[in-house]
Design a protein around this ligand. Structure first.
Ligand code: NDP
Ligand code: 2IT
Length: 448
């Protein structure tokens, strides 16, 4: 079955899973030069195999709210591919979670994890549980109930979940506690654990910092740097605020963050004091809009950040947050670099638009791989039962992000995707990630 036939099959079989189709098509349409150069991939039906997860585990989660009322949610774990290591990927708690979203995330995770060069397969999990407005007791009861189901399917050598939207250090700790309670095993089953009971230093910062390290490499490839650049960030969660923090540390000026309620604009830029305030505010689930009373700036209810002028955009909230109209605004407003902090924040049309206008574009599976890379470092620290310093992890993270950048850039050149100095990071990253997984699958024969 050719790649185009495989796409047709996915479209017919999973017509009700648009995000999954979108993620599959992006990979399919960019790996053709690699596929053509490796006839064994077709013989072994590698693409056809990789678009079907090893398994999708679904379950029901019963839990009790503070009023003692029984609540019912749905949960899943998509174990996509363990060709390169244990299934690895985050857990998302958000009302929009469904199988399409988790399959797109799990599919991308296979290639992202391969790009890190560390031994991890790809997976993703989550629930349609909405953490908004829930008390700490309710979050705890939900996390316990979620892991009561999930624990049967995961372990440090089988499948290692972590955080994602709606799941941070607090939730991982509750889930880890339940896993330990049920299995009597104190190991590296989840990453993003608290530092002091198995967590790695820098895991919290890793995705946002890593995205900015990736940007530094993109800029360096154009003889440019972060210094003095104006940056638009979307989202105000873990990835966004750490991306803003690192960009600020490197001398750039971040003028926007946002959340599901709107955009916060501060033309003087978010310095460390303001970022610390934002972190605290979001941690307490309080409105971003309160910022204006404390520091000034402007709150734009129900608006996105892309109407402002800038050099760099780091969309870091959620999938498909940037549509073609937003991409047009970015180009009009002078954006020259887009690094995806979130997974698939640009629609396919938005990607086409920015690339057509020669905006340097780093897809999430390359730019936001720093989080899962430090998760892999957490797994290895758990295995040897020794911990590295913040500086040691930071050095590793920088080296990993540089390596991902350089491998993607080289593949773009090698497979004829670089056009007059314009590097196609999407094609490069997909080719490198896909090749690593495909070569392992060919070596295994037809198992996996
Ligand atoms: P958080 O839960 O910490 O923050 C999510 C942020 O995005 C919040 O500001 C939230 O706003 C906003 N947001 C979420 N959904 C929507 C929506 N439907 N519309 C508008 N805004 C929305 O999540 P993370 O920072 O961890 O994750 C952000 C993105 O980064 C996701 O795509 C995730 O998959 C990706 N990612 C995360 C990694 C990690 O290590 N955490 C690693 C790699 C990628 P509000 O607070 O109002 O809900
Ligand atoms: O999308 C992602 O890479 C994550 N949410 C982090 C996954 C992980 O296992 O650290």
């Amino acid at each position: 079955m050719s790649i185009s036939q495989a796409i047709e099959k996915v479209e017919a079989r999973y017509a009700h899973q648009p995000e999954f189709i979108q993620a599959v098509k992006e990979v399919a349409l960019t790996i053709a030069p690699l596929y053509d150069a490796h006839p064994e991939y077709e013989t072994f039906k590698i693409f056809e195999r990789l678009i079907e997860p090893d398994r999708v585990i679904g379950f029901r989660i019963n839990w009790e709210n503070d009023k003692g009322e029984v609540q019912v949610n749905r949960g899943w774990r998509v174990q996509f591919s363990n060709a390169l290591g244990p299934y690895k990927g985050g857990v998302r708690f958000h009302p929009t979670v469904n199988q399409s979203v988790l399959k797109f995330l799990g599919f991308e995770q296979i290639f992202k994890n391969a790009l890190t060069g560390l031994p991890m397969g790809g997976g993703k999990g989550g629930s349609d549980f909405d953490p908004k407005g829930k008390t700490d007791n309710e979050i705890r009861r939900f996390c316990y109930a979620f892991m009561r189901e999930l624990h049967q399917y995961v372990s440090k050598d089988i499948d290692v979940p972590a955080g994602d939207i709606g799941v941070g250090g607090r939730e991982v700790s509750y889930m880890f506690a339940m896993y330990k309670n049920l299995t009597h095993e104190y190991g590296g089953v989840l990453t993003g654990k608290g530092v002091g009971f198995g967590g790695s230093l820098m895991r919290t910062e890793a995705t946002g910092y890593g995205a900015v390290y990736f940007l530094e490499n993109m800029l360096a490839a154009q003889n440019d740097s972060m210094e003095g650049k104006t940056v638009l960030v979307s989202g105000a969660g873990n990835v966004s605020l750490h991306a803003a923090e690192k960009a600020n540390m490197l001398g750039a000026k971040v003028i926007t963050v946002s959340d599901s309620q709107g955009t916060l604009y501060d033309e003087s830029g978010f310095d460390q004091e303001k970022i610390d305030w934002l972190k605290k505010q979001k941690e307490q689930s309080k409105p971003l809009a309160d910022y204006v009373e404390v520091f000034g700036g402007e709150w734009l209810a129900k608006q996105k950040p892309w109407k402002f002028k800038g050099d760099i955009a780091i969309p870091s909230a959620t999938q498909n947050e940037v549509d073609e109209d937003d991409a047009k605004l970015m180009v009009e407003n002078g954006i020259k670099y887009v690094a995806e902090g979130a997974n698939m924040p640009l629609t396919a049309e938005a990607v086409d638009y920015v690339c057509l206008h020669r905006v340097h574009y780093a897809p999430g599976k390359a730019a936001n791989a720093g989080g899962v890379a430090v998760s892999a470092l957490e797994m290895s620290q758990n295995s040897v039962r020794q911990y590295k310093t913040f500086e040691q992890i930071d050095e590793r993270l920088k080296a990993i992000m540089k390596n991902i950048h350089d491998c993607a850039a080289e593949a773009s050149e090698k497979y004829g995707q670089t056009d007059n100095g314009y590097i196609n990071y999407m094609a490069g990253a997909n080719i490198v990630g896909f090749k690593r997984v495909a070569d392992a699958l060919v070596a295994y024969g037809i198992l996996n």
